[in-house]
Design a protein around this ligand. Structure first.
Ligand code: MLT
Length: 354
């Protein structure tokens, strides 16, 4: 399942996994404590501030966590006695359920709080809600919020560890980490690999975080979208095609048929209609005609190319049904990997983070 073979050289070099069953048997220390030794980061707000080594360290820890998931009873008391709140102000299926399960597998108490059904509906502010969670003993808060930057406010407000599970159009660090995990498992090393991200780049926190992490890992990223779905920083003047965001390994294209040729991986993104202000696109049929990942287009990519999507998918719009379920698709594997990666993040921050 998740990462049986993420034993790439780079991951091994970053942090060799200790024998898990041994560490679980030790009465004096919590399981996996060695994996968290000298880990200093307290929060995970985005991947832009992570070093390449820190990214690889998280992914290597995820590899050890994946071994727990292979056990007949997938449980370990590594976070016993810890209380984690999942504070979600926006809809989520994958991220929320995998954080919940990740915490439970590690032995933490996990409590879900959503905007609806909580005191948020009675007008309570984010700061008050966070103070309330701190007062009842939150060690960590996994947080999704429609306002970009909300997790940074949270990190300044309470003492607990804050994990950004998606803030507005800004960042989605655990999605980027699990995407990197899948790509490293597939290719071993991302140096010089060409990755195409196509879709609603303007509203996508997934695209933003992936651009940071994939380029840190040495990949060349091409973002593809119709002009109205690109952020201003990517359409400004002559820099349009070369090095947006001052990142040397990022290119911007508007023609998917051109960009996809020879790509090692193609990631399709959903049109985020809930964030579209005004009508940026003529129609989804017209969008699909030019930007849908079809089998014909994927055939122009490298022979071993893989197809990814963070979900939720609109099959028949940004991705054809047969492509979403083809042998090249890693979309289900992305969801599975999310569990091990989120276990790793919770564990490293809570057991190691200063
Ligand atoms: C997100 O939360 O950003 C999702 O994973 C991607 C999406 O909503 O399209």
């Amino acid at each position: 399942m998740v990462a049986e073979s993420l034993d790439t050289q780079s991951l091994d070099a970053a942090a060799p996994a200790p024998p898990i069953a041994e560490s679980d048997r030790s009465p004096a220390r919590a399981p996996f404590d060695d994996l968290a030794s000298d880990w200093l980061l307290r929060h995970l707000l985005d991947v832009d501030t992570l070093s390449r080594d820190e990214i690889l360290r998280i992914l290597s820890t995820a590899n050890a966590m994946a071994e727990v998931l292979e056990r007949p009873v997938a449980r370990t008391p590594a976070l016993r006695g810890v209380t984690v709140f999942n504070l979600f102000y926006e809809a989520s299926t994958r991220t929320r359920s995998s954080f919940e399960l990740a915490g439970k597998i590690l032995g933490a108490d996990v409590i879900n709080v959503s905007g609806s059904g909580s005191s948020v509906e009675k007008g309570e502010s984010l700061v008050e809600t966070l103070n309330t969670l701190a007062a009842v003993g939150a060690d960590a808060v996994v947080m999704r919020h429609p306002a970009s930057g909300a997790p940074w406010l949270a990190a300044r407000t309470i003492d607990g560890h804050i994990i950004n599970a998606g803030d507005g159009q800004h960042a989605h660090p655990t999605q980027a980490l699990l995407d990197a995990y899948i790509l490293l498992r597939e290719f071993g090393d991302l140096g010089g690999r060409r990755i195409v991200i196509v879709g609603d780049i303007l509203h996508s926190r997934v695209a933003r975080s992936n651009i940071w992490s994939l380029t840190k890992l040495g990949a060349e990223v091409t973002v593809v979208a119709p002009r109205p779905l690109l952020p201003a920083s990517m359409t400004a003047g002559a820099a349009e095609k070369e090095h947006p965001l001052s990142l040397p390994n990022v290119r911007v294209e508007s023609d998917l048929d051109e960009a996809i040729v020879g790509a090692d991986a193609v990631m399709a993104l959903r049109i985020q209609s809930e964030r579209l202000s005004g009508k940026l696109l003529p129609s989804s049929a017209e969008y699909a005609r030019r930007y849908q990942l079809t089998a014909e287009r994927v055939a122009q990519a490298a022979p071993q190319a893989i197809v990814m999507h963070p979900g939720p998918m609109n099959e028949g719009v940004e991705i054809a049904v047969d492509v979403a379920h083809s042998s090249q698709s890693r979309i289900e594997a992305q969801v599975s990997a999310g569990l091990a990666v989120r276990m790793a993040v919770l564990f490293l921050l809570i057991r190691g983070g200063a």
